[in-house]
Design a protein around this ligand. Structure first.
Ligand code: FAD
Length: 670
């Protein structure tokens, strides 16, 4: 007999790690009916990943919780490289900045994953009724035939099973060290066999077995980690390296005479291996040590890996300096291969994100960042489709954009791993050794990549840059056949099509308060048209602004066509303006047509839309036009996606092109 349909949901997220929580956060901000389930009853309280790139902090800021992370985290400013001198004695050979100065208003910080997940959980609570359903996991998943265009279909059918508290609580969440019991990450480690099937089997036969429920979803996102059950249901593989590295990780308050213990350090010993030192919050320091290399499935005896063993390796590498501890807060060991999923989505109905589609070493602190950025890329797209703003065709860009990032990450990690794990070269003739010069250069070059700001999405329906889908290397048909518009990259060398909008300070025209421009780009699902209005007090430019205002306000303009008749005019596409005339010379209401500061019946004029590139009273001059490399007289226009990536750039007259760009994927609403 057909099973009863128990519930309908727009989006079902499987797994509440960083990737799943980021997806849920988008849904909470865009009002999407969402459920998120996790097989575990426990949250992570400590340990696991910890490094946050500056791009991740920019993203957190767009959701409004970067300030908390910034305050609680340890800030990493300098990297020290240590290696043996000609007499074999360990010495500091170099210092480099941890984050390249000037690439972001944030720098890299560290804070443990449990705290980061807590910020997400608090934010979900504040903005929605979405909460993580723990001790719940999917048992079956079927995708029924449905046109990708059918917005009313719920083609993904998932049976969820509810576990008892006991079943959902991992047995090995604690272990003993020389000074008592600490949380061990081994229960989440991939050195421990995946327990999903076992959990399901036990739950089915348990006399106290929980119930099941059938959920029908429009979209499912599998964020269920490296062993991904969802990925296995879809029959997708992980492709990549055969060699797996095993890493030991120890979080301690160190007692040491090593001088750089509060710096991020890469220490290469002459012949005992290498250690990465990561200074943490609350006096903690994390040591990462690569323990062994095994062939895939090479049966590493996990019981031999203990906190003591990890410490002893560190002591050997760091000699003659001494290192010990009285307090250990967490430790783990985990095994990684450098792999990328063959596919990131099935029928654009079920998606995979995070560790479910890429795994690699922890050295560059990328795992959690790239995982969150996967769903940061996907979340708004699904929300825009569910909310009727965009055509489902935009969902194809998830795979074309993120799979390439995952491939770049693996290539980066591969290069970096070899340099990190090798023995230092004794001299220039020692070809088997690693040249420290090469290591330093790789570190410096890797820094931009590792900051997350180098992401450059390819050409597609939502990125109007030259090139076609074929150049994306994965055969995804993204650039549709319609006559595509190409943005005018020549209008700025800094605002790059496909990259995130950089940030410089501007002042609010109405109240003179300085803002970093990125602070205005909140993650709420809206698209943005940034008008660099130029020298609006010059008559010729004033005339151009008037003409632009009239074109945008026209009832047939794209803004009107794509905004529901009963919704505020800035609810789908928000117009933000930066002009370059002196602030004192400009009157907001006189010099700018209404569309630049729309009037709402109950709220009056909107004073938070027009900004100026001028001197502030207390924070200097942001020099936004100079820094953005935009003509200070003529300006230009920029279209930003809801995730702050640049879609299109053109002249103030190019309203027709912009209309054509939006018409390529947006839905007419009235
Ligand atoms: P995860 O964080 O793995 O989250 C997956 C979630 O899905 C989990 O909550 C899990 O309980 C749940 N889940 C799994 N299967 C199911 C299922 N069938 N049904 C329902 N729920 C399910 N990275 C670093 O950068 N530095 C580190 O030191 C570091 N240490 C790590 C230590 C360990 C033990 C592990 C496992 C990973 C570590 N990583 C580290 C990697 C980093 O934690 C991950 O890259 C990051 O957490 C990926 O996020 P995610 O959301 O994709 O997956």
């Amino acid at each position: 007999a057909p099973q009863p349909v128990d519930s309908l949901v727009d989006v079902l997220i499987v797994g509440a790690g960083p990737a799943g929580l980021m997806a849920a956060t988008w849904m909470s901000r865009c009002g999407i009916k969402t459920r998120i389930v996790d097989k575990r009853s426990t949250k992570i309280f400590t340990g696991q990943a910890d490094g946050l790139q500056c791009r991740t902090l920019e993203i957190f800021d767009s959701f409004g919780f970067a300030d908390k992370v910034w305050r609680d985290s340890n800030h990493m400013l300098e990297i020290c490289l240590w290696n043996p001198d000609e007499n074999g004695k360990l010495r500091r050979s170099d210092r480099i900045p941890d984050t390249i100065p000037g690439i972001s208003r944030f720098q890299q910080v560290v804070l443990h994953q449990g705290r980061i997940e807590r910020f997400f959980l608090d934010s979900l609570k504040e903005h929605s009724d979405i909460s993580v359903e723990r001790g719940v996991l999917p048992e079956t998943l079927e995708i029924e035939d449905a046109s990708p265009k059918d917005r009313e279909a719920y083609p993904v059918k998932v049976t969820l099973r509810y576990l008892s508290e006991e079943e959902a609580t991992p047995a090995t969440a604690h272990s003993t060290t020389k000074n008592g019991t600490v949380q061990s990450g081994l229960f989440r480690s991939n050195l421990t066999a995946d327990d999903t099937e076992e959990l399901l089997k036990a739950a089915r036969t348990s006399p106290r077995s929980g119930s099941t429920e059938v959920v029908r979803a429009k979209y499912v996102i599998g964020c269920d980690g490296a062993h991904s059950w969802v990925r296995r249901q879809l029959g997708f593989n992980m492709e990549g390296e055969q060699t797996d590295y095993i890493w030991g990780v120890l979080d301690i308050i160190p007692i040491t005479d090593f001088p750089d213990i509060r710096m991020r350090c890469a220490i290469h010993s002459e012949s005992s291996g290498s250690v990465m030192v990561i200074p943490r919050e609350e006096k903690l320091v994390r040591l990462y040590i690569q323990l062994t290399t095994t062939e895939k499935g090479g049966g590493q005896d996990r019981s031999k890996i203990t906190p003591d063993m990890i410490l002893k390796s560190a002591q050997k590498i760091m000699a003659p300096y001494k290192i010990d501890y009285e307090h250990c807060s967490w430790w783990t060991a985990y095994q990684i291969g450098q792999r990328v999923g063959s596919n990131f989505s099935k029928n654009e109905r079920v998606f995979l994100a995070g560790d479910a589609v890429h795994t690699h070493s922890p050295k560059a602190g990328q795992g959690m960042n790239v995982s969150m950025q996967d769903t940061y890329n996907l979340g708004w797209k699904i929300a825009n489709v569910v909310n009727g703003i965009a055509d489902p065709a935009i969902l194809k860009t998830y795979q074309s954009e993120r799979r390439r990032i995952a491939q770049d990450l693996i290539a980066f990690d591969h290069r970096f791993s070899r340099l990190f794990s090798g023995r230092p070269a004794k001299d220039v003739m020692d070809e088997a050794g690693i040249s420290m010069k090469e290591f330093k250069e790789a570190f410096e070059k890797g820094n931009r990549f590792a900051s997350g700001t180098a992401v450059d999405y390819g050409s597609s329906v939502i990125v109007a840059k030259p090139g076609d889908a074929a150049s994306q290397g994965d055969g995804t048909d993204v650039a549709t056949t319609h006559d595509r518009v190409i943005g005018k990259q020549s209008l700025s060398s800094v605002i790059q099509l496909g990259m995130r909008m950089p940030s410089f300070k501007v002042l609010n025209q109405a109240d003179a308060r300085p803002w970093h421009f990125q602070e205005l780009l909140k993650s709420d699902g809206r698209w943005r048209l940034v008008v660099f209005a130029g020298a609006v007090k010059q008559p010729e430019q004033a005339a151009r602004i008037k003409i632009l205002g009239a074109a945008l306000s026209d009832p047939k303009s794209f803004i009107h066509r794509f905004t529901p008749a009963d919704a505020p005019i800035d609810s789908v596409i928000e117009v933000l303006t930066i002009h370059s005339s002196p602030r004192w010379d400009v009157e907001l209401l006189e010099d700018f047509p209404d569309i630049f500061h729309p009037f709402k019946k109950d709220l009056g004029w909107d004073y938070w839309k027009v900004y100026v590139d001028d001197n502030s009273y207390h924070e200097g001059h942001g020099q936004a036009y100079k820094n953005y490399d935009v003509d200070p007289v003529r300006g230009c226009m920029v279209v930003l996606r809801p995730d702050q990536y640049v879609s299109w750039i053109g002249e103030l007259e190019d309203v027709g092109d912009m209309d054509k760009f939006f018409s390529g994927f947006m839905q007419e609403r009235c």
